[in-house]
Design a protein around this ligand. Structure first.
Ligand code: ADP
Length: 320
């Protein structure tokens, strides 16, 4: 299955939201096996490739004490335009400012002649997207466990004036203890003045809130993350995103029309369905707050596991 690429565009006519870039990617040369910063104060040995994103490659590296961390590498050749540089600096500035147990910890940032490097806390268990592919869908206790940690991270970001704008299963990582770690601040925005609205159309098609696509005059704010959280909850318990269809234009149409269904053949609880419906409210001002989400019966009247065993990679756990 193809990974859905991010979209980003400055506000345009609301009738034509942007389509994802289909850029032919040229693989840049690998970074050196031993990565050293300009002043030779930091040194990392490359161990393996963890993944590739829109404009970065992420390696597992070992620091001088033998501790393993993730290293996000952006080639300077991809930073020729002012826009690309501004975007990377914004990502670094925002990610660096955050410190929360459910957010991938930013460590260092340095460069050599070829690349810019960011070292990050290593998430040994991949992303929730990888895990969902293996499991097809999660039980509701598992969904509650992942959601509570995600809601905690999101509440922290919002109280620090940060909107993530690309919350999705592929950006939610799991550490060695199956703790949730939100990552990839590549589309995050800082709200510097109270009441400020953002106008850039961005996100990943399946997870984009309707106001981002269709209320470009008014702009959007923190509630876009709440919408994505609703899409995430649906995807965890159903196994596929609510507005998923063949082509992106049709996804946008379904988002505009709030057109999604709960599959009849899967037992999704009334509580889960009700919470998802509340979150996926087209009017952002009518969506529940993060506190209201946590106070919903889905969380208050269901089992919340204290931890998730590693066996969930291949087996459906039984929480009772
Ligand atoms: P981009 O901003 O280019 O989309 P991401 O930050 O999403 O890049 O990272 C790309 C991939 O690298 C991810 O999908 C994941 O597989 C891997 N990855 C990123 N950060 C980490 C991390 N901290 N620990 C482990 N793997 C990671």
């Amino acid at each position: 299955k193809q990974k859905q690429p991010q979209v980003q565009a400055t506000a345009q006519a609301p009738s034509s939201p942007p389509l994802p870039r289909q850029n032919a990617k040229v693989t840049p040369p690998s970074p050196p096996r031993v990565i050293v910063d300009k002043h030779s104060t930091l040194q990392f040995v490359r161990v393996g490739l963890l993944g590739e994103g829109g404009f970065a490659r992420v390696y597992e590296v070992k620091d001088i004490d033998g501790e393993r961390v993730a290293c996000k590498v952006v080639t300077k050749s991809s930073l020729k335009t002012k826009k690309a540089k501004t975007k990377l600096y914004a990502e670094i500035k925002i990610h660096k400012s955050l410190d929360h147990p459910n957010i991938v910890q930013f460590q260092e940032c340095f460069e050599d002649d070829e690349n810019v490097y960011m070292t990050l806390e290593l998430c040994h268990n991949g992303s929730l997207m990888d895990l969902l592919r293996r499991r097809r869908r999660f039980t509701e206790p598992e969904a509650r466990y992942f959601m509570i940690q995600l809601l905690g991270a999101c509440h922290y970001m919002h109280t620090h004036q940060v909107i993530h704008r690309d919350l999705k299963l592929g950006n939610i990582f799991l550490d060695s203890n199956m703790n949730v770690k939100v990552g990839d601040f590549g589309l995050a925005a800082l709200i510097e003045n109270p009441g400020e609205r953002k106008k850039t159309i961005c996100g990943t098609p399946n997870y984009i809130a309707p106001e981002v696509l269709f209320d470009t005059a008014n702009g959007h704010s923190f509630e876009v993350d709440t919408w994505s959280i609703g899409v995430i909850l649906y995807t965890l318990v159903v196994g596929r995103p609510p507005f998923q269809t063949k082509d992106v234009k049709a996804i946008y149409k379904r988002i505009r029309d709030n057109e999604y269904e709960f599959p009849a053949d899967r037992p999704i609880s009334i509580e889960a369905q009700d919470l998802i419906q509340q979150i996926l409210t087209p009017d952002p001002s009518q969506r529940p707050t993060l506190h209201e989400i946590l106070d919903h019966r889905f969380f208050t009247h269901g089992i919340i596991p204290a931890y998730i065993p590693h066996s969930v990679h291949d087996q459906v756990p039984d929480f009772r």
